[in-house]
Design a protein. Sequence first.
Length: 161
Amino acid sequence: METNGYRLFGLAALLGVFFIACTAQEASAGVNININLGPPPIVFHAPPEVIMIPDSPVYFVPDLDIDVFFYNGYWWSPRGRHWYCARTYNGPWMIVERRHVPPPLSRIYHHSNYRIIYEREHRIPYGQLKKEWRRHGRIEWNEGRGEWHEHGHGRGHGDRN
């Protein structure tokens, strides 16, 4: 009978160790889900006015705490280490690799005082923006060639006809 007691004790100890081992593994197991939702949304209470940066085809949205540019029919916003691009001012915004950011945008963005320097320039209402930017040469990204190219020029500011 004493042998059965040892066996029962041994079985109970073995089950206890097994239970503790399983519980420890369950406690240390976890699921890590990382979903990149992009930047926080840029919210406009009304379609934004823009200011054209002189001698440049780049426009910027004044009166925001973040940088938002309009260039060649697209809205651009550098946020942290990434650039984002959208077809409309209220998105959806997509991540753009730095090498695909048009050089005029990079130059303006790295000139940290552009807001102060150009804040008094003429503001263009959103409704006139499409007509305004089409006056300038249209530049488009050629994915196959991996480069920007110009599509011809419209009338410039100096043209009166």
